[in-house]
Design a protein around this ligand. Structure first.
Ligand code: GA4
Length: 329
């Protein structure tokens, strides 16, 4: 097992636990093979901005192949991993998240989904066989993107929108600004995480994009915040996907769907590995409430493009409420 370099502890944040947060049993479950799931889907996006998906159609083979490539990558010596280059914005990152001083007990790869740049980036790490990694990534991302589009189309149906591809076309666009993230949370040693406190793996935040699709191994850690501000632990499930509503979808639905605040706490014994597809629109796309969802009401948000929102998001701290800057007063 390879550990990250020993950090100064004081730079990490801890969560004080009076008692451990039990697993929450009320996470909405969406069966993609049932067409009438669209109503549950809308309800889940309104109440939680979060749900679990089963019968998703992504072949298990794609998931396990990518997972083994990823575990393989993160077990390389630090000097090898660093050959991928620092995350500006794409590359290999270790503990430092974003450009504004956020840190977590995590190492990660941030990638765009463009095939050529993946091959180039990994040629120095995997020597003569970057193709194995690239293919595993391509199969997985293509299948997850397809599922994300199906989910967005079911949402449009559930919202009774005339154009069922109104959200999915933004991900299907050749210029779609989508990102892929691979996270490795090494087990956090006992002295650093104890019964009454947990170290932060990835600090609380909302995702700026339209939709995020997450798959993790069977290690706990993910928590979501409910509308009353309390935190609940999501039971891990390696055979399912978890979906987050992002800030852009909250805006497009004029606040009807909620962008979910979430975070990851470390585990003292087991490594957590997660893979997340963030579906984003083209940079030039105007992000605004759909007229049919306004029903005579005013837009809650100012007009902006995805480029403007993304720029602002990347200048913020992880925990900031990024949408307030774009709300109409
Ligand atoms: C959160 C969602 C995605 O992981 C991400 C993150 C990005 C990064 O890791 O560089 C950000 C974060 C995320 C939002 C605010 C800024 C940018 C870190 C950060 C402090 C890749 C994204 O698109 O936004």
């Amino acid at each position: 097992m390879v550990f990250m370099s020993k950090p100064a502890l004081e730079q990490f944040s801890f969560i004080r636990n009076s008692k451990p947060t039990p697993f929450f049993s009320g996470i909405p479950l969406i069966d993609l093979s049932k067409p009438d799931s669209m109503h549950l889907l809308v309800k889940a996006c309104e109440e939680f901005g979060f749900f679990k998906v089963i019968n998703h159609g992504v072949p298990m083979e794609f998931i396990s192949k990518l997972e083994s490539e990823v575990v393989n990558f993160f077990s390389l010596p630090l000097s090898e991993k660093e050959k991928v280059g620092p995350p500006n914005p794409f590359g290999y990152g270790n503990k430092s998240i974003g450009q504004n001083g956020d840190v977590g007990w995590v190492e990660y790869l941030l990638l765009n989904t463009d095939q050529e740049s993946i091959s180039q980036r990994f040629s120095s790490v995997f020597g003569d066989n970057p193709e194995k990694f690239r293919c595993a990534l391509n199969d997985y991302v293509s299948a997850v993107k397809k599922m994300a589009c199906e989910i967005l189309e079911m949402m449009a149906d559930g919202l009774k929108l005339q154009q069922r591809n109104v959200f999915s076309k933004l991900l299907m666009d050749e210029q779609s600004d989508s990102v892929f993230r691979l996270n490795h949370y090494p087990p956090c040693p006992e002295i650093e995480s104890s019964n009454d406190r947990n170290m932060i793996g990835f600090g609380e935040h909302t995702d700026p994009q339209i939709i995020s699709v997450l798959r993790s191994n069977n290690t706990s850690g993910l928590q979501i915040s409910l509308s009353d501000g309390s935190w609940i632990s999501v039971p891990p499930d390696q055979n399912s996907f978890f979906v987050n509503v992002g800030d852009s979808l909250q805006v497009m639905t004029n606040g009807r769907f909620k962008s979910v605040r979430h975070r990851v706490l470390t585990n003292s014994t087991k490594a957590r590995v997660s893979m997340i597809y963030f579906g984003g629109p083209p940079l030039s796309e105007k992000i605004a409430p759909l007229p049919s969802l306004m029903k005579g009401k005013e837009s809650l948000y100012k007009e902006f493009t995805w480029f403007e929102y993304k720029r602002s998001a990347y200048n913020s701290r992880l925990a900031d409420n990024r949408l307030v800057l774009f709300e109409r007063i």
